[in-house]
Design a protein around this ligand. Structure first.
Ligand code: NI
Ligand code: MN
Length: 235
């Protein structure tokens, strides 16, 4: 089972991925490592990061962003409001944007796209407005393109994402409860027109009950559902 991406995707569990790009840069998606019980111990020490992408401000996506930004001094891509919050925590390398925009970072192009989700940032006892949750379409140096959905429900404009960006791969949440489950994700696959999917945001907690085999069954034989375990890599 392979992607043919010329890049290595390592799932750190939940929604956190380390992507080693064809240009040998390290990209971290939704940095949640220290508190992420699904992340294998051997992967908690990360290689030198060249950029981070943050889909939204929930703790299980932004959890280690402040610490890692200070350690690695690399650009942190997020929406404007979340970037303002990060700046308030001493992050000096924010790269703020909003939906429809594209930034070039660590040799790749990251386009922020819609997600149907919420985005409150837990800050002490308060919930701080974090802008709107988003996803990213990332184009690697070699043209390979993947869609990282972040946390989202199914939405009809995923068809547009398929038409406009023609992603080679989709990273989709399937756990249910806080995001779509396998049924909704199977329709996301259809709307996006992707043939390869990496499921995420399941199994971390018992409540995130959706399973890759359910998605595989619903999608049929023409779609490759990669059933990674936390710590697994695929190229
Ligand atoms: Ni969330
Ligand atoms: Mn989440």
């Amino acid at each position: 089972m392979g992607l043919g991406a010329g890049a290595r995707f390592t799932w750190l569990g939940h929604a956190t991925f380390l992507v080693e790009t064809p240009g040998r840069r390290n990209l971290l998606l939704d940095p949640w490592v220290a508190g992420n019980s699904a992340c294998p111990a051997r992967l908690r020490k990360l290689p030198k990061l060249d950029a981070m992408l943050v889909s939204h401000g929930h703790f299980d996506h932004i959890g280690d962003t402040v610490a890692l930004a200070k350690e690695h001094a690399c650009p942190v891509v997020s929406n404007y409001e979340t970037a303002c919050w990060l700046k308030g925590k001493g992050v000096t390398t924010t790269l703020e944007m909003n939906k429809g925009g594209t930034v070039e970072v660590a040799g790749v192009k990251a386009t922020m796209v819609h997600a149907d989700h919420s985005c409150g940032i837990t800050d002490g006892d308060a919930i701080v407005y974090g802008g709107e949750a988003a996803g990213f379409v990332v184009t690697l140096e070699n043209g390979y393109r993947f869609y990282f959905a972040g946390d989202t429900n199914l939405f009809g404009d995923m068809r547009l994402l398929g038409e406009v960006y023609k992603p080679d791969l989709a990273l989709l949440p399937i756990g249910g409860l806080y995001t779509m489950g396998p049924l909704e994700a199977s329709h996301a696959v259809r709307l996006l027109g992707v043939k390869k999917v990496i499921p995420m945001h399941f199994g971390t907690f018992p409540a995130l009950a959706g399973k890759p085999e359910e998605l595989r069954e619903l999608c049929g034989a023409k779609v490759e559902v990669l059933d990674l375990k936390p710590g697994d890599s695929v190229e």
